[in-house]
Design a protein around this ligand. Structure first.
Ligand SMILES: *[C@@H]1O[C@H](CO)[C@@H](O)[C@H](O)[C@H]1NC(C)=O
Ligand SMILES: *[C@@H]1O[C@H](CO)[C@@H](O)[C@H](O)[C@H]1NC(C)=O
Ligand SMILES: *[C@@H]1O[C@H](CO)[C@@H](O)[C@H](O)[C@H]1NC(C)=O
Ligand SMILES: *[C@@H]1O[C@H](CO)[C@@H](O)[C@H](O)[C@H]1NC(C)=O
Ligand SMILES: *[C@@H]1O[C@H](CO)[C@@H](O)[C@H](O)[C@H]1NC(C)=O
Ligand SMILES: *[C@@H]1O[C@H](CO)[C@@H](O)[C@H](O)[C@H]1NC(C)=O
Ligand SMILES: *[C@@H]1O[C@H](CO)[C@@H](O)[C@H](O)[C@H]1NC(C)=O
Ligand SMILES: *[C@@H]1O[C@H](CO)[C@@H](O)[C@H](O)[C@H]1NC(C)=O
Ligand SMILES: *[C@@H]1O[C@H](CO)[C@@H](O)[C@H](O)[C@H]1NC(C)=O
Length: 612
């Protein structure tokens, strides 16, 4: 009788502690004691006096504070960050933040501001980030400029602003980010831009304002971290308007619903007079594309032509020796050679993913790219019966190759010999046909990460992973093992350096107790979403200090002799197992109670109450 009583007691105890953790009332949530509080969406019309005056970060959005007085926040003298998004604020009175010298970020997004007192922001001496997005502002005169000399970012998106001319006394000198997206700015004059001259390396955002004109010389000798003119219909305006400026990153993409003009070669003439490092032309169309189009692109280091409806890049493009990174995602190439890669001999990063047509890899199309380090060819419906040495010929410096989400690849022995420096290889969701008993990955001495999830592999081939002395991270999710078993002799014996192993959703029902012998460096093992019972826990006896996920398996009872194996791990996820909560499992229950700190997702554990 006695054990039953204590067992029931234990169960009650467990469920009770569950309740404490899961219960939530309508109070602010303490995210870090005395410092960080979240009071979002609680229908509050004042600051609860339960918040300590030591509060530094307060998220108070979606409440109701139509007016802000000097008393509203006066109890919270240590505020550094205050988020008042959508609190229906109309009025901000004189000295509203006078007792907040340390306030550094103030978020007023989504409040229909009618009046903001001239002295409203007088208190915070070091206000750095001010968010006035969607506040109905028509003019920059509306922003109280006093005391903003430390302002680093000003967010003014989605208002009705038509002129970016700041009042004379507005301190722009420390601005790093100035965001005007989705306003109604159509013209930029020299005088407008002059008010931004004190700022250096500004990131200036005009996304979604169709700019129709820029006064010549307006950007003369200015230096920008980034400029965004997304959604501009006539790009000639931008290229001629930016003469003599220096821009690290120029974003000129457009959007599906913008009726922009096709890009012609003459539009880019102005680019020769601008110094740009990185340019994005996402989603535009070219009316005609010839090598002349690229005449003024020669100083670019990065170029993004995502979604440009490209069928090819013209041959004979000259002078693009500075280009390091080229993005050609979501275009219409039929064959890799159509990008004429030899025009870009210095490329280190090439992205061609999500091509709209089925992409043929061809032979040696990238062979001039001897400096290429990263190549992304994912989501391209690629099919190749004998991959990849001919296709990737001469890519001897390639470190990262992404061939995930393709159709089917046949791999022979040493299939990646052309790329001996590979550190990362992602083949997830690509069907692999490996017809040779040897390893296709042979001699990838530097390979650290190999993603083979959902590759329809023959996992009974114990040489599959031979020749990978530095492999640390292996993902085999979604591949099947014969009869749902990992036997004693298996493919893991070849990769003793493994640290992370993912075997989730592999339909496993049993793992031999010696299956993971020799995997002494393991720190993370994911066996979730299988059909394992406690009889496979023996296989984990070699592992120590790991993160171990056994979530969503079929574990009911864990007998006492297996508990030390769990004890020696660091964190265990046992959620979604039909754990037996009767006295037949008393040893585990007792262990459980003593080891709650090891168990992830305490709340999610589903206990099966049977004989209670
Ligand atoms: C902050 O609150 C504590 C405890 O409520 C109080 O003792 C202390 O005087 C308060 N500090 C200030 C500066 O108001
Ligand atoms: C708030 O302002 C009023 C005047 O408008 C002033 O009398 C009062 O002292 C201020 N309150 C605080 C807490 O400073
Ligand atoms: C660009 O600078 C050059 C030389 O400093 C000057 O002659 C030219 O007028 C400037 N162009 C514009 C559009 O300001
Ligand atoms: C685009 O802008 C350029 C220069 O600002 C102008 O010459 C051209 O006429 C404009 N194109 C159209 C179609 O409006
Ligand atoms: C292959 O790369 C080497 C440098 O690694 C380079 O010299 C050679 O021209 C390239 N071969 C071809 C056919 O492009
Ligand atoms: C490879 O590409 C896929 C799809 O584009 C992406 O989800 C995955 O994160 C990429 N792999 C790596 C290692 O970046
Ligand atoms: C493959 O695994 C790597 C390493 O975990 C990961 O970065 C990558 O995103 C995965 N690929 C896909 C397609 O999920
Ligand atoms: C899990 O294994 C049990 C027997 O051990 C079997 O009856 C059940 O069908 C398996 N479930 C799945 C999803 O494979
Ligand atoms: C535990 O595993 C389950 C199933 O994989 C997962 O949904 C859950 O997020 C994991 N818990 C944590 C805290 O990561």
């Amino acid at each position: 009788m006695a054990p039953e009583v204590s067992c029931c007691f234990l169960v009650v105890l467990l469920s009770a502690s569950c309740e404490v953790i899961t219960s939530s009332d309508q109070m602010c949530i303490e995210k870090e004691a005395n410092r960080i509080y979240n009071c979002e969406n609680l229908g509050l019309s004042e600051i609860p006096d339960t918040l300590p005056n030591t509060t530094e970060f307060l998220e108070f959005s979606f409440n109701f504070l139509p007016t802000i007085q000097n008393t509203t926040f006066s109890g919270l003298i240590n505020l550094i960050f205050l988020d008042l998004t959508r609190c229906q604020i109309n009025w901000i009175h004189e000295n509203a933040f006078q007792s907040h010298p340390q306030l550094s970020t103030l978020v007023l997004t989504g409040n229909p501001l009618i009046f903001v007192a001239e002295t409203a922001l007088n208190g915070p001496k070091s206000l750095k980030h001010l968010f006035l997005i969607q506040t109905g502002i028509f003019s920059l005169e509306f922003i109280p400029a006093h005391n903003l000399k430390n302002l680093e970012s000003l967010h003014l998106g989605s208002n009705h602003i038509s002129s970016i001319k700041f009042p004379k006394d507005f301190p722009t000198g420390n601005l790093k980010v100035l965001d005007f997206q989705n306003n109604v700015i159509h013209y930029l004059s020299r005088e407008d831009m002059d008010s931004l001259k004190p700022a250096t390396k500004l990131s200036l955002n005009f996304n979604g304002n169709d700019i129709e004109g820029i006064e010549p010389g307006a950007f003369q000798s200015m230096v920008f971290q980034s400029l965004n003119f997304g959604g501009t219909v006539n790009l000639s305006v931008i290229f001629s308007g930016l003469h003599n400026s220096t821009i690290q990153s120029l974003w000129l993409g457009t959007f599906e619903d913008t009726e922009d003009q096709d890009l012609s070669s003459s539009m880019f003439e102005g680019l020769c007079e601008i110094s740009v490092e990185s340019m994005n032309l996402q989603k535009h169309s070219f009316s005609s594309l010839s090598s002349a189009t690229f005449q003024c692109f020669t100083h670019l280091q990065e170029l993004d032509l995502t979604g440009n409806h490209l069928k090819e890049l013209p041959p004979g493009i000259k002078g693009m020796n500075s280009l390091k990174k080229l993005v050609l995602n979501v275009n219409k190439f039929e064959q890799l050679c159509q990008i004429n890669a030899d025009s870009f001999p210095s490329l280190t990063h090439l992205y061609i993913k999500g091509n709209i047509k089925k992409l043929q890899l061809g032979a040696g199309c990238l062979e001039k790219l001897e400096n290429l380090q990263k190549l992304d060819l994912s989501h391209n419906d690629i099919e190749a019966s004998d991959c990849c040495n001919l296709q990737l010929k001469n890519l001897s410096h390639l470190q990262s190759l992404n061939l995930s989400y393709n159709e089917a690849l046949g791999l022979r022995n040493e299939a990646f010999k052309a790329c001996p420096q590979l550190k990362l290889l992602d083949l997830a969701f690509t069907q692999l046909h490996i017809n040779f008993p040897q390893s296709p990955f042979q001699n990838l001495h530097l390979l650290q990460v190999l993603n083979l999830s959902h590759c329809f592999l023959d996992t009974s081939n114990q040489y599959l992973l031979a020749g990978l002395p530095n492999l640390r991270h292996l993902n085999l999710q979604g591949n099947r093992f014969q009869d749902g078993n990992i036997p004693k002799t298996n493919l893991f014996q070849m990769v003793g350096s493994l640290e992370i192993l993912v075997l989730s959703s592999c339909d496993l029902s049993f793992i031999d107790q010696e299956a993971f012998h020799g995997l002494g460096n393991m720190i993370h093992v994911d066996l979730s979403h299988n059909n394992l019972t406690s009889s496979s826990i023996n296989a984990l006896s070699q592992l120590k200090g790991t993160y171990l996920s056994l979530a969503s398996n079929s574990i009911c009872i864990i007998p006492p002799h297996l508990l030390p194996i769990l004890s020696q791990q660091n964190i265990i996820n046992l959620s979604h197992n039909p754990l037996d909560c009767t006295c037949s499992n008393i040893h585990f229950l007792t262990w459980y109670k003593e080891n709650v700190q090891k168990l992830e997702d305490f709340k999610e554990l589903r206990w099966k109450y049977q004989h209670l």
